[in-house]
Design a protein around this ligand. Sequence first.
Ligand code: XMP
Length: 323
Amino acid sequence: QWTTASIVDDTVQAIREQVGDRRAICGLSGGVDSAVAGALVQRAIGEQLTCVFVDHGLLRAGERAQVERDFVAATGVKLVTVDATEQFLGALAGVTDPEEKRKIIGREFIRSFEQAARDLVQGSEGDVDFLVQGTLYPDVVESGGGSGAANIKSHHNVGGLPDDLQFQLVEPLRALFKDEVRRVGLELGLPETIVHRQPFPGPGLGIRIIGEVTADRLETLRAADSIAREELTAAGLDRDIWQCPVVLLADVRSVGVQGDGRTYGHPVVLRPVSSEDAMTADWTRLPYDVLERISTRITNEVAEVNRVTLDVTSKPPGTIEWE
Ligand code: XMP
């Protein structure tokens, strides 16, 4: 019978047969797929697996801790975190064009991951032969049935790896749909916060700051985003919405008044959407009292933001993200 437990057992067995006593590396994105793929391979080969998490400095509040603390606690996985914030912010300095930002973030991501892979390969523990990827069944179908030797899914922002880093792929989720992946994640003991995480783009907050990405602006957006997420969770709405980007209009200012003083701050946009697959989306009719709490808290608690606006555009014509 095809139960979640039997999917786990069969997959673990297949990974053991493929990898044997050799070593594997797995890039964690913070998302569901790479987490479940990593957890399955860890269950199969334990210490022979090393997970790598690149912190590009464009993450939301608490995300790094979720990987370093919660994922490691749930799986016992061996984890290397690369702190590449300065490298990414340096590369993004002065850049405002959305596609340019994506290109730079993708490129720096490959660089960091590559460096970490090289350090591991050249480390004392011997060669690393396998690269774990969270490719799902729909990805396999979409790409015409097969992925190349070491091509990491481009929407995970890791393109091809250099020729001198040759890995064989381990793709434990290849036969599974998203809902099955989530069930496998729960079966493996991963926390709900990881298994039911809403989609978050690889380029992170970098494409939610309209204008140049700077450390100060990231701090502002992170604070506003964290309030919105807290209130949506408290209202029990997480499962009702697909995702709710918070966007900082960093180059726009408007006049406001707080206490006795005039302010000249930035607006943020709330972009709650409902969707089945992100190809189309509708703007979510959030309850007014929830919107009010988010707005009041953001303008009270985040000094640089004096206005909260709501995006009521569906997709199409709008995309979900603003960049
Ligand atoms: P759009 O904005 O195109 O977004 O309507 C559709 C879905 O994709 C996510 N998204 C991305 N994910 N890298 C990613 O990994 C990206 O560059 C990227 N751009 C958008 C977005 O959050 C939404 O779920």
